[in-house]
Design a protein around this ligand. Structure first.
Ligand code: CDM
Ligand code: ATP
Length: 287
């Protein structure tokens, strides 16, 4: 049996770090949404029971360290599945970029193998299993637009964001999420940018979404990697509506309502930055 699914990248419209937890993670409040930049995963079931991951990208381990492998393994072991699977990943999402590429692959594996292995698990059950693999996997299982709480695994679905363009720009550095959280300073706050973004989404108010974009990890990554700040500045100077670093970085995204604007920003960043993409927000279910 064969099956193909897309695994889209996410951006953080907000990311607030609320507290450090005893387990080493941080309590967060985030608003996330998917963009139309996706890896493609092709699955073939195997009778020998093995899980085999193949990838177009040469620098990611294919063994137990691969998040796609881990997702298949946990399903197979927990539900004593006899069959195996070959998972071929066509990587389009830049790696260690703050776009949840690995988490999205893991979520796509959970959704696809749930169908191929006839496990009949609900999205909630898959998200719970996904949270064992990484904090962003639960969001990626649900997809769309959502608020994430806890360490990121508690998901509350939100309406779709008003349609717009997203320019993504990634400098040639990879960032370790753990390193960035280790340097973050948790401070008392008087207002919640996430609540403002959430209200703006319900009101379908694109301007207010732009006004309230916020990421507590941004200043940490910018201090360690000044080139990220230069990319953000260039985006703003070339006429984007709003720009922010996604996740722990280093990718910076910009929102734009008009196609002409996108072309201008895209041209201003190409040559200045290793990888630049102009995509749309993903407003419908992917697989
Ligand atoms: C930065 C974000 O991508 C924003 O969406 C997420 O918060 C991180 O999600 P992720 O990459 O799936 O993170 P995980 O693989 O679960 O954790 C990597 C490391 O980041 C730190 N971490 C992660 C999530 C969180 N809420 N608090 C943390 O302190 C921990 O040190 C952890 O060891
Ligand atoms: N299937 C996979 N795709 C991408 N990276 C993977 C995968 N499996 C394991 N990894 C490893 O995970 C690490 C983070 O990669 P990833 O692309 O998921 O980062 P990210 O976009 O910063 O994620 P997040 O936004 O969730 O923090 C890399 O070191 C990479 O080697």
């Amino acid at each position: 049996m064969k099956c193909s699914v897309k695994a889209p990248a996410k951006i953080n419209l907000s990311l607030e770090v609320l507290a450090k937890r005893p387990d080493g993670y941080h309590e967060v409040e985030m608003i996330m949404t998917e963009v139309d930049l996706a890896d493609r995963l092709d699955f073939t079931t195997r009778n020998d029971g093995q899980i085999v991951v193949e990838m177009s990208e040469g620098f990611i381990p294919l063994d137990t360290r691969n998040l796609a492998y881990q997702a298949a393994r946990v399903l197979k072991d927990r539900f004593q599945v006899k069959e195996g699977a070959t998972i071929h990943i066509q990587k389009n999402i830049p790696v260690a970029a703050g776009l949840a590429g690995g988490s999205s692959n893991a979520a796509a594996v959970l959704r696809a193998l749930n169908d191929m292995w006839n496990l009949s698990l609900s999205k909630e059950e898959l998200a719970e299993i996904g949270a064992l693999i990484g904090s962003d996997v639960a969001f990626c299982v649900h997809g769309g637009t959502a608020k994430a709480l806890g360490r990121g695994e508690k998901i509350e679905k939100l309406p779709t964001v008003p349609p717009c363009w997203v320019v993504l720009a990634k400098p040639p550095i990879g960032v370790s999420t753990g390193d960035i959280y280790r340097h973050v300073w948790v401070s008392e706050r008087r207002h919640s940018p996430s609540a403002e973004v959430e209200n703006a989404i319900y009101a379908r108010d694109y301007g207010q979404i732009c006004n309230h974009l916020h990421n507590d990890l941004e200043s940490v990554t910018l201090a360690l990697y000044p080139e990220v700040g230069r990319i953000k500045q260039r985006m703003v100077e070339s006429g984007i509506d709003a720009a922010l670093m996604s996740g722990s970085g280093p990718t910076v995204f910009g929102l734009a309502k008009h196609e002409g604007q996108v072309q201008r920003v895209y041209n201003a960043l190409r040559g200045f930055c290793e990888r630049v993409y102009a995509v749309r927000l993903l407003t419908s279910e992917t697989c």
